[in-house]
Design a protein around this ligand. Sequence first.
Ligand code: ADP
Length: 883
Amino acid sequence: MTTPSRRSTGSRREGVNGTLQPGTDGLPRRRGTTRSLATVNLLLANVSDGVILLDGDGRIVDANAAAERLFGEPVEVGADPAWFIPRYNLATPDGAPLPVERMPSLRALAGESVRSAELSITRPDGSRVFVSISASPVIVHGVIDGVLLILNDISERVRRDREATAFQTLSQQLASSELDLNAVYKTIVTRIAEITGAQVVRLMLYDPASRALRRAAIQALRGMPEEDPGPIALSELTLDALAARTRLPVVVPDFDEFPAGTRPTTSGTGSVPGAAIAVPLIVHSELVGTLSYDLADPHTFDDAEIAFLGMIAAHSAVAIYNATLFQQRTRERAFLADIIDHLPAGLVVFDVVYPTARSGRAAQTDYRVSMLNAQALTYLPARLVERTRTRRHGIVGLRLRRIATDEQSRRLIESLDQAFHGGEIVTGEEVSFGQDESSDDGRTWWNGSIVPLRERAGRISELVLLATDITEQVTTRRRIEELVRIAGTRAAELEATVSAMTGAVTVSDAAGRLRLANSASLATYGVDSLSELLRISGIEERILLRHTDGRPVPPSDRPLVRALGGEALQADYTLFHHALGRDVHRRTSAAPVRDGAGDIIGAVAVETDITSLIEIDRLKDEFFSMAAHELRTPLTAIKGYVQILAKQLARSEQPSPMIDKSLTTLREQSNRMERLINELLDFARVETGQLAFQYSDFNLVGLIEEAVAEAARATQRHRITLQTQHGEITGRWDRDRLAQVFANLLTNSIKYSPDGGAITVSVEWPGTPEGDVTISVRDNGLGIPTQDLPRLFTRYSRVGDSSHFHRSGLGIGLYITKEIVDSHGGRIGVSSQPGQGSTFTVSLPLQPRRTPRPVGAEHDPTVTAPNVPNVRHSTAGQHGQRR
Ligand code: ADP
């Protein structure tokens, strides 16, 4: 086939027979065939395809009405082909500018027959159409004389294709987006904007709680403001709200068609668009939100468009739903992980690793750590944790059997095996995992359980080890056990000690119930065991407790009862023992027992039998009394002769200083002896209640001055001073007896201050007749040990200290002194610090005050007065006088 040659430009104008000529209707026609041409013209005008005829130079000769519609204006006759490209922005369907040589018309002029070339034409009004162009050369006499172009509008098809492609892309993007909600939203609106050429695209999410739509993403193009419409209530007259409410697509093809006031709005832009559409997003019949977009110009949405948007909406809804679900799941996972991390228990999840066929028949199931919290690290076998410390994932992912080489790890595997093979929960109590096996330091104790988890098929896939730290409970319990053991030993030791004691020990609890009585104590009550004693209703049935002066002791005054009240006491009692039928004398010390907080939890009493001591005292009394009487007669004789000798010596012409001195010494010593004998006799009188008093009125200060002067004469090493504000305090007392009192106190002060020093006597008196005179004698001598103070004023009381013992004395001076003071209705007391001196204080009323003798003894037939031994206490004057 020969390719027809192209005719020269000039020849066409000349016209040739049989060639087409442009006519008045713009269509080429053959001369002389006007009728048939008119028919053709009519035909062309009515075909839906665009038809354009070009001449041999490619210039437009004629075009039909359909062609003009496609270009959006009357086609420019005679225009150069190249002119079309910029005029209509000719481009390939994907938007690339069309090169001149690719123009179908020029290709046809070159002899090519072009079939269905696709182009996009942008009309002068800016709208775009896609056309399919077929171009055929018109050959006349073997020469290319022109070109016939046939144009088809394929806009609709192109749009569909593009939609399909866009949809595919969107689906792919949604599927591959990382389930990040915001990314999903953005993808949806961007794609829709691209496909539809909309000026605003909106994705709104429905919030069921507030029954409102909220913006998820908005894409505004072409300079439209991108505003957040805020929450849109479903009741509002906006397209989104309508679509959400009706769950149907809502379409407005032309907003201008609505009468004012009834026009629905779109959300998010201030301006009124040309057209708009909104579709609901629904998943599993749940409203998720709406998708909508605005077009600048009025637009009729056909079913295909609506269906397409519906499809995108359905797809988006699922994507949003999934992403939401995923986000929720992620949050839940994080939450769960948080809980696990903060669990007060240690948690480890082991994956069960089943042996494979390759690993051989003998292979065992292994366990791989798949998850654990921080707590778990403190109880997992130390060596196991240590070995993996340098790994990035720590212990996670490791197979236990491969790394468990130590004893603890093997024990752990055994427990896991047990749970795995038994298929049941295995629990372990007080399991210990020490960092150091050999010591309790840093050792922890756990209560744990291993829970097997099964897959649906029933196979165990995981084992969960849960353990709680009970170190504190265990160590506390152990400490208590140890304390109980120690306490038990101590109690046993104490009991052994107590029962071996010769003193009677009785212990009561806070409620006053007897808890302990040693054998000596039981013996006092004539019973063999404590239970026997407790069975007795009232110990009174066995004994009758009295004070030493014979007064019965009421139950509320019993030593243990007083001790429970918080008092620490020491006192002597006499008790009549019914079983023995005689009196027993006891010295009792009782004190409260306190716990660590200082609360009284019981009381203890220790009693010693002083019956024999009292018997000795009685014998001493008898002896002293007898000796005193026996000594008095020869002493009177000695004193008489000393007097005679002194008189004779005074009259002698040859005075002998030696004899004079000897006689003075003799007089002094016999006086001293006389004082001792008198003291003994007084003592005997006190004991028999025959100490007599002769009261007279005199000045007490004068008497004390004399006593001080007398004492001062007897010592050179002591400075004795008298301090008083009063020159005279007159009252009624027994002068000789009080002289005896002060002499005794001053003699003691001198005697027990062997290193000399100051002795101060002070006299105080308030100056009123009712006010007592208080005389104190203070020295800086040896002092008196505290434990000796309570018994200082009793008979034969001498301080046990060796420094005191060397001084001569009978230990009865203070006893008599107290008796004299008591008889005046006064009081005597002492305060002392060993090594720092003592202060004795006597207070006397101006008139002898007689306190009545306590009653009670008369009612008690068992009192054997006056032989009741009299043991007195430091609480001087407390019981008043004895008679
Ligand atoms: P004595 O004849 O043994 O002095 P007292 O009854 O006068 O007997 O005194 C009893 C005991 O009290 C004395 O043996 C002495 O241990 C102690 N005593 C008395 N007065 C004092 C004092 N001023 N300083 C220290 N100890 C004293």
